[in-house]
Design a protein around this ligand. Structure first.
Ligand SMILES: [Zn+2]
Length: 407
């Protein structure tokens, strides 16, 4: 409740790093708190990253693991003047938020509330988001770190703590020094319902189609002019309406999604995003799209096109499958915390997918956060405690499964 009152909203339009200086306000406090609990190397770098180490207290050779979350909050709703409210012993009622009577957190919209009967629930007051995304993750890692430091009898290897800026604007790993971090495996704490474990994201490409028309004076254009804007329209109209689109797919289905059209009759550009859980399927979708473009453009004499593909990110499962112990240990830690594991796929990307391909295999653990990026955001304190337990169990399990150091 203390961390969410510090405004750390990131800014998608900023070119600085971090995108907003105020994110460091929270990071500075985290550094002070880490130093106070005895984590001596905690520091904030110029880019807004917090690095800290809990030293190993075992004779075993344990891989270095990292727990990571982001300090920024999403630009989708205000993060200024957040007033967190604690609702004691939730009994299933609609939660009215005092600063805006129109904002109600109800079971009708969030069936998960049914599972939170008897819990303490934290929400914002109606005019801002809460920021549990991802200050819940931050708080849970801080609490677990404190526990591990206070309990030397709990054996673990070297544990790295990482707090990043700018995750919400896609720049969370931009200036991360993965060498300096020095971890072999990681876990982001940036997921939702208790027990959930995310090991899959989309693989993602961007496609840009540039259509060159043939331009003449429109008064004397008969049989000469080819209007690039119209060709763009024709291409878009040929995209399937009942499949392959975000609005017609779910689960493990991928899509082709035009996100921007920009042009004049001489030249028109269409930007699209291509998504699939299977990377090879991106190529299939791109070939399908290119075929439509080819067909349309070549039917007009003199028109030409360019078709540019940019890799955006890849499904982290490709990396995680090479290191099955990362998921196996997470499953066991969740079980030891008394929860059922709920494996989920993210129809999007995360910092975890970027970290995985930077050499730090990194699935995403639950934090409890709900209705994120909105004024209805809420979280259960009991769920947060389960996330802390899971972190501690993970530290223990990695140590248990490791071998003694060679003498
Ligand atoms: Zn997040």
């Amino acid at each position: 409740m203390r961390y969410v009152q510090i405004d750390t909203q990131s800014d998608p339009l900023s070119n600085t790093q971090p995108t907003t200086e105020k994110q460091k306000d929270l990071s500075q406090i985290l550094i002070q708190e880490l130093l106070t609990i005895g984590i001596k190397d905690a520091h904030l770098d110029e880019w807004g990253y917090v690095y800290a180490t809990i030293p190993s207290n075992t004779n075993k050779q344990v891989p270095v693991i990292c727990f990571c979350s982001h300090v920024d909050t999403a630009p989708d709703a205000s993060g200024t003047g957040v007033k967190p409210l604690l609702h004691h012993n939730y009994q299933g009622q609609d939660i009215m938020l005092p600063d805006d009577n129109g904002i109600v957190i109800s079971k009708k919209d969030f069936s998960y509330l049914e599972k939170l009967i008897g819990n303490e629930i934290i929400s914002a007051s109606g005019t801002t988001l809460l920021g549990s995304d991802d200050k819940a993750g931050v708080a849970e890692i801080m609490d677990a770190a404190n526990y591990l430091v206070q309990h030397p009898e709990v054996k673990h290897g070297t544990i790295k703590i990482l707090f990043t800026p700018d995750e919400e604007v896609g720049k969370g790993t931009a200036k991360l020094d993965i060498q300096k971090l020095g971890a072999e495996f990681g876990y982001t704490l940036d997921g939702g319902e208790r027990g959930s474990l995310e090991d899959e994201t989309f693989s993602a490409d961007g496609v840009q189609i540039i259509i060159h028309g043939v331009i003449t004076h429109p008064g004397y254009a008969k049989d000469k002019l080819v209007n690039a804007v119209k060709l763009a329209g024709e291409i878009l109209s040929k995209l399937p309406k009942d499949q392959l689109a975000p609005e017609t797919t779910e689960g493990k289905q991928g899509f082709i999604h035009p996100v921007r059209v920009d042009g004049i009759s001489e030249k028109c550009t269409i930007d699209l995003i291509i998504r699939d859980f299977v990377t090879a399927e991106l190529e299939t979708k791109e070939a399908f799209l290119k075929n439509i473009v080819e067909e349309v453009v070549t039917s007009y004499s003199g028109a030409t096109y360019e078709f540019k593909i940019t890799e955006q990110y890849r499904n982290m499962k490709e990396v995680l499958d090479l290191h099955p112990q990362v998921i196996a240990h997470a499953r066991e830690a969740i079980n030891r915390s008394g929860l059922e594991v709920n494996m989920e796929s993210i129809r999007g990307g995360t910092d975890g997918s970027r970290l995985s391909f930077m050499g730090l295999p990194c699935p995403n653990l639950f934090t409890g956060m709900q209705a994120i990026h909105s004024k209805k955001e809420f979280i259960s304190v009991q769920d947060m405690n389960k996330a802390v337990e899971t972190i501690v169990h993970l530290a223990i399990i990695w140590e248990e499964k490791s071998e003694m150091k060679a003498q």
